[in-house]
Ligand binder design. Structure first.
Ligand SMILES: Nc1nc2c(c(=O)[nH]1)N[C@H]1C(S)=C(S)[C@@H](COP(=O)(O)O)O[C@H]1N2
Ligand SMILES: [Mo]
Length: 399
């Protein structure tokens, strides 16, 4: 029985755990009945994640994992564009090829990455540009993510600039492109290649990561090495890297144009339904927050203390403050910020609350970063469903 046949069945009516023979080659997966009407699926090295698509894998993290400051590797979301995806890498064969408009060409083994360059470690939010896309009104095409296509991970690796400097960038270089091991079988499906301007690629904090949370990258998260562009959306964080190419001209490729672009204006938005005049590649993340506890729709008891808790982050500029409202935005109080893991990490916040009277309460949180960027009360719209950072009200009932 193929995976696709299987997914057509009604899982919600199926009791217990279901095991599927899959059409994923080396990627066996198990399906579980779901929580909020969606299906949970288990892939290798992963815990049960919310299923968007299986081939290619697009898996979302259940929000309760964000009660932890750092997202466990097995719970980090997964997003691939092109099938087939790499399901194993022979490290004896694998090399990272660095070349193009450079003085010399490098062929680096994983061991080279670990021993020839200083090891750098920091914690950074990884977030898909389409995180929250399913909330856009009017709806937009693309993966219908809720808020689980993000996570907070401690990355270790070699600085990209050290690697590029070892190769020697020739004067007049414009872009650097990054290609991974995934390659479609159909000529109509463009290879997933991303590019960055040379100046961006040479920034101090750009990393070729070979570890996540102190362990090798999971296969689905880009083993053996991936690009980390902290503060920017994960579309640039090319997984299972195989080639870095310095270019004397601007890179032209499907995944840079027409894909992954936003309106070229301050908000990256247009009136709902409109077509932008001019677009630019999506880049730095917007500032946002999310309430993790209590969960939407929860029932609470009167006069019992509740720790309202959540996360907040920005595109590389820390979080200056988070304000919380428990009365639908009429009044606001400052939340207490938790442990600070640096400007690229998310920060957890708490707000102690004791609802007195029974009734319906609307909770909201609003984060502001260190350069004053904050979150809108009304959602901004763009045709690809990027940059989602609206203040998201959540309702609880006290009874
Ligand atoms: N090789 C490769 N790298 C890739 C992609 C891909 O399809 N292939 N998708 C990108 C996108 S859009 C996202 S959101 C992140 C997802 O990273 P994750 O699967 O580790 O969560 O990988 C990025 N890197
Ligand atoms: Mo993405």
């Amino acid at each position: 029985m193929g995976f696709r046949d299987f997914t057509r069945r009604d899982f919600l009516k199926t009791a217990g755990t279901l095991t599927a023979m899959t059409a994923l080659g080396d990627m066996p997966s198990e399906l579980f009945a779901a929580t909020d009407g969606r299906r949970l699926v288990k892939f290798p090295e992963k815990t049960e994640l919310l299923l968007l698509t299986s081939y290619p894998p697009q898996l979302e993290t259940p929000l309760h994992y964000f009660r932890e400051l750092v997202t466990p590797n097995e719970a980090l979301f997964v997003r691939w564009h092109v099938t087939p995806i790499p399901t194993s890498v022979d490290l004896a064969q694998w090399r990272l090829n660095v070349g193009g408009n450079t003085d010399k060409e490098l062929l680096l083994s994983l061991d080279d990455l670990k021993t020839k360059f200083p090891r750098v470690t920091y914690t950074a939010v990884i977030q898909c540009s389409g995180n929250g896309r399913s909330f856009f009104e009017p709806r937009v095409p693309g993966g219908q993510w809720k808020n689980g296509s993000m996570g907070n991970t401690t990355w270790s690796g070699a600085r990209l600039k050290d690697i590029l400097n070892m190769a020697g960038i020739k004067p007049g270089s414009v872009d650097v492109s990054f290609d991974g091991l995934d390659r479609g079988t159909l000529p109509t499906v463009p290879d997933f290649i991303k590019s960055l301007p040379v100046d961006k690629a040479l920034e101090e904090d750009m990393l070729i990561a070979y570890e996540m949370n102190g362990a090798p990258l999971t296969m689905l998260n880009g083993f053996p090495a991936r690009l980390i562009v902290p503060g920017w959306y994960a579309t640039y964080w090319v997984k299972s890297l195989s080639e870095i190419k310095v270019l004397p001209r601007q890179f032209e490729g499907f995944w840079m144009n027409p894909a992954y672009r936003i309106p070229d204006n301050a908000c990256g938005c247009v009136p709902p339904g409109a077509k932008p005049q001019k677009t630019i590649p999506v880049h730095r993340m917007t500032t946002r927050s999310l309430i993790i506890n209590p969960e939407d729709g929860t029932s609470l008891r009167p006069n019992r203390p509740v720790d309202v808790m959540g996360i907040a982050f920005s595109g590389g500029y820390s979080i200056r403050d988070v304000i919380v409202s428990v009365d639908g935005g009429k009044s606001w109080s400052e939340a207490k910020l938790g442990k600070d893991l640096g400007k690229y990490s998310w920060i957890q916040w708490t707000y102690p609350w004791r609802p007195k009277k029974p009734g319906k309460y609307t909770l909201m949180a609003r984060a502001t970063n260190s350069i004053g960027e904050s979150q809108p009360f009304e959602s901004l719209w763009n045709p690809s469903g990027y940059l989602w950072n609206k203040i998201e009200p959540l309702t609880v009932v006290v009874r």
